[in-house]
Design a protein around this ligand. Structure first.
Ligand SMILES: *Cc1c(COP(=O)(O)O)cnc(C)c1O
Length: 254
């Protein structure tokens, strides 16, 4: 993944590519979260495959694109069979309206990216600066390593899913949609070294072209109320306020 969907953390493709190549592997980059927001330099990147999805960038649902490097040539095996379209890789009639919709969404993104990024980064900072005042709020993912539109926060002493349920009117997530059927903490946060308990306390917030300062201020109030409500019943939070280190508390809680 170029930009991670849960944390916004951006991977350094130019540094990772040689490691992949040295092992004789192809490099497939999932650029769904970064395309249209960050620069994807296909001339410089030794990337073999790169995937895109329209609906994360205000295009229609149900359409995406796969970039396949022509030289050196990447050979693909069809997963779907039946028709000869798209070099026998994708049988069926091309849905023109979907393709045009995606193209237009990406064209608009190219025009708007700079302004969108500036705006979403400012909104993200606004949310962070106000929520960090709550104390016991941590940011998952280094500030300068993240895409402008995603922030992932841990609220000590609070269960992320319980908090998400408290936040009426806010669309936040405690993990990705892909793992929403699982109660396990986010594998992304675990891989980053976030302790399980804190990973369980984390929520992802994202910002878009149509988010406003008023949205952020409303969100801050809703989150603040939810966190304070849940912390009243949280023994971990009480111990933390009494000066115990979070790491110790979480170690003890397993
Ligand atoms: C949403 C998302 C996908 C899946 O794309 P869909 O078109 O919704 O299936 C893949 N990768 C990342 C990083 C995403 O955010």
């Amino acid at each position: 993944m170029h930009a991670n969907n849960e944390t916004g953390v951006v991977q350094d493709i130019e540094r990772l590519a040689p490691i992949v190549k040295a092992n004789g592997s192809l490099l497939h980059v999932d650029a769904v979260q970064s395309a249209g927001r960050l620069t994807l330099d296909m001339q410089q990147w030794p990337v073999d495959l790169l995937s895109l999805s329209a609906h994360k960038l205000y295009g229609p649902k149900g359409v995406g694109a796969l970039y396949v490097r022509a030289r050196p040539r990447v050979r693909l095996q069809a997963l779907l069979h039946g028709g000869d379209q798209e070099g026998r890789l994708r049988p069926g009639t091309v849905p023109t309206h979907q393709v045009v919709g995606m193209g237009e969404a990406y064209r608009l993104a190219a025009e708007e990216a700079e302004a969108d990024n500036r705006r979403t980064a400012a909104l993200k900072q606004r949310l962070w600066h106000r929520l960090v005042e709550l104390d016991g709020v941590f940011r998952n993912g280094a500030e300068d390593a993240c895409a402008p539109h995603i922030i992932n926060l841990a609220f000590a002493g609070v269960h992320g899913e319980a908090l998400a349920a408290e936040l009426q009117g806010l669309a936040v997530a405690s993990g990705s949609a892909c793992t929403s059927a699982s109660a396990a903490p986010s594998h992304v946060l675990r891989a980053m070294g976030v302790p399980d308990q804190l990973a369980h306390s984390s929520l992802r917030f994202s910002f878009g072209r149509f988010s406003t300062e008023q949205d952020v201020d409303d969100a801050v109030e809703i989150v603040r109320a939810g966190v304070e409500r849940l912390r009243r019943f949280s023994p971990i939070w009480r111990a933390y306020r009494n000066g115990e280190a979070l790491a110790t508390l979480y170690d003890r809680a397993g």
